[in-house]
Design a protein around this ligand. Sequence first.
Ligand SMILES: Cc1cc2nc3c(=O)[nH]c(=O)nc-3n(C[C@@H](O)[C@@H](O)[C@H](O)COP(=O)(O)OP(=O)(O)OC[C@H]3O[C@@H](n4cnc5c(N)ncnc54)[C@H](O)[C@@H]3O)c2cc1C
Ligand SMILES: *[C@@H]1O[C@H](CO)[C@@H](O)[C@H](O)[C@H]1NC(C)=O
Ligand SMILES: *[C@@H]1O[C@H](CO)[C@@H](O)[C@H](O)[C@H]1NC(C)=O
Ligand SMILES: *[C@@H]1O[C@H](CO)[C@@H](O)[C@H](O)[C@H]1NC(C)=O
Ligand SMILES: *[C@@H]1O[C@H](CO)[C@@H](O)[C@H](O)[C@H]1NC(C)=O
Ligand SMILES: *[C@@H]1O[C@H](CO)[C@@H](O)[C@H](O)[C@H]1NC(C)=O
Ligand SMILES: *[C@@H]1O[C@H](CO)[C@@H](O)[C@H](O)[C@H]1NC(C)=O
Ligand SMILES: *[C@@H]1O[C@H](CO)[C@@H](O)[C@H](O)[C@H]1NC(C)=O
Ligand SMILES: *[C@@H]1O[C@H](CO)[C@@H](O)[C@H](O)[C@H]1NC(C)=O
Length: 492
Amino acid sequence: MHSSALTVLAYCASLASARGWSTIEINDGQWSEVIERDVCVIGGGASGTHAAVSLLDSNKSVVIVERNDHLGGHTRTYLDTATGIPIDIGVVIFHPVPVVFDFFSKFDVPLINMSAVVANEPGQPANFSLPANLYSIFQVNSDFRDGSPVTPDVPSGQAEAIERLAEAMAQYPYLLEGYDLPDPVPEDLYMPFGAFIEKYNATAAFPLVYQISQGMGDLLNVATIYAIKYFNLKDLQYISSGYYTEARGNNSLLYARASQYIGAENMLLESSIVSTNRKNTTHGQLELLVSTRDEGLKLLQCGQVLLTIPPTLNNLRGWDLTPEELSVFTQYITANGYWTGLVKNVGMNQTISNVNSAATTPFNIPVLPALYQLTPVGVLDDVWWAKFAANNPTLTKEEAKSYAERQIATLQKANDIPVTQPEWLEFESHTPFHLQVTFEAIKDGFFRNLTALQGGLDGKMFYSGAAFHTHHSTLLWQFNQDVVIPQMMGTA
Ligand SMILES: Cc1cc2nc3c(=O)[nH]c(=O)nc-3n(C[C@@H](O)[C@@H](O)[C@H](O)COP(=O)(O)OP(=O)(O)OC[C@H]3O[C@@H](n4cnc5c(N)ncnc54)[C@H](O)[C@@H]3O)c2cc1C
Ligand SMILES: *[C@@H]1O[C@H](CO)[C@@H](O)[C@H](O)[C@H]1NC(C)=O
Ligand SMILES: *[C@@H]1O[C@H](CO)[C@@H](O)[C@H](O)[C@H]1NC(C)=O
Ligand SMILES: *[C@@H]1O[C@H](CO)[C@@H](O)[C@H](O)[C@H]1NC(C)=O
Ligand SMILES: *[C@@H]1O[C@H](CO)[C@@H](O)[C@H](O)[C@H]1NC(C)=O
Ligand SMILES: *[C@@H]1O[C@H](CO)[C@@H](O)[C@H](O)[C@H]1NC(C)=O
Ligand SMILES: *[C@@H]1O[C@H](CO)[C@@H](O)[C@H](O)[C@H]1NC(C)=O
Ligand SMILES: *[C@@H]1O[C@H](CO)[C@@H](O)[C@H](O)[C@H]1NC(C)=O
Ligand SMILES: *[C@@H]1O[C@H](CO)[C@@H](O)[C@H](O)[C@H]1NC(C)=O
């Protein structure tokens, strides 16, 4: 990857835009190829991949620009080469809804109903014909700061509280499809989630919500709109009746097959945008200058652009942002920190999932930054999932990793077993996760302004992805299908 070349280009881009020049003009003729497509999709994760496939199926020509060397975004599968066993360490679960069944079956990727299969009994060996995520184990809570055991308070009336939470959420059904909010924005949506569950006498549901809402940082203090979009009405519906996952526990297979379908000629991998010229172009097409892995610069000429990457200013360097885009994208004040890994040589009891809790915090939530849990995968000897989180995105990947190692040592000492040097098979940064604006901005119409960006630049600029909806594959595909693609096709 030409990272230094990229840095120089990004620098030139910012310098050029400061002077009112376009980097595209400066580089005129320097590109190795001009690629013309109906739609250029930026980011090949959950939303970008799904959208590209849908657009191809509507006979649109597409190209995806993706920073990584593969599609899939937060989907990550470790493959144990010795046994062929796959282990998902990113996205795991999907809802049993048509958009999911359609997308998987299009690529002949089998799904299973996670509630309908026979897993092992806790304490017994894993069922090797099932995905690793179905390994069933005992749970032991302790405080990972010192290894002391914690007995979490079990709230009474949990079932009733969940019902009340569902009723409260049901007032806002439109949250299942983007951020098309009424004016004025209901106060419920911008109060802290902790206040919301108190208002609706649903605090006893919080431990469940927290457990499912990994990556949401300080969940009691995030705006309710974020909390109830991430763990939403549909989750409440399917949590008991069954989520779905890839039959072997290899969700990456979906993206590998989708890549074949989209075609190498329609994907620019290890590539990123260095400059754009969208406002006043000769043929009315939007021009994007891309730095590619092997072939230097390429110029994309796009009938429409679908942006699916996190729209931070850092990610949008070199873009000729409109005043409307700028006023929206400058408002992200924070994000969460979230890292997941797979670690070997831990030596602890492999029938127990170690869950981080604290004796004196509300709902016994762990004190972050910290591992949420250290859980054996069951299907590989002495291999563990490590999920690490922070309330902000400031830790580096290396800092998060060494923090996690110190906590593993603390657990080993507390369990009277030798402190080992853990061996990381994977350690993935999912940071910055979940971009957020202030409660005030939500109240003052931030999401109305965000939604109003759709169809900007004379019906040529569109947006999808977590920032325009929520971090949830199923819901993002539904949003593409029901909202974004129809808008792009002019059939909304
Ligand atoms: C650990 C973890 C577990 C999860 N588990 C589940 C789950 O079980 N079920 C579920 O439904 N959801 C789950 N999620 C949420 C996940 O589905 C969403 O986060 C989803 O991936 C968001 O899709 P997206 O298209 O917005 O972004 P992404 O999938 O992140 O896609 C964005 C893509 O853009 C690329 N990119 C970023 N910046 C640039 C740039 N400047 N230039 C070019 N490319 C760029 C990225 O590499 C990425 O491929 C999980 C998330 C995490 C982190
Ligand atoms: C796409 O084109 C094919 C072949 O021309 C045609 O059969 C099909 O109906 C078209 N699909 C759509 C959605 O327009
Ligand atoms: C999944 O399995 C559970 C348990 O058998 C069942 O109740 C549920 O209906 C199944 N889901 C679907 C979509 O078939
Ligand atoms: C393991 O899972 C498979 C597939 O669901 C099932 O057929 C089998 O009965 C399970 N084995 C045991 C021992 O429960
Ligand atoms: C609040 O919830 C608790 C526990 O579920 C229940 O016992 C109590 O009656 C509820 N109070 C009101 C006012 O609904
Ligand atoms: C999982 O999918 C990947 C494609 O990403 C493939 O290379 C790998 O062989 C698959 N593994 C198994 C065990 O199915
Ligand atoms: C747009 O292009 C036209 C013709 O090329 C030019 O005259 C005009 O100044 C341009 N407008 C802006 C805002 O750059
Ligand atoms: C592992 O933990 C289980 C559950 O507490 C216990 O029954 C078992 O004896 C433990 N195994 C070892 C080797 O300590
Ligand atoms: C949304 O846009 C309106 C109109 O431009 C503006 O008055 C308002 O301040 C904006 N709100 C936010 C939070 O940006």
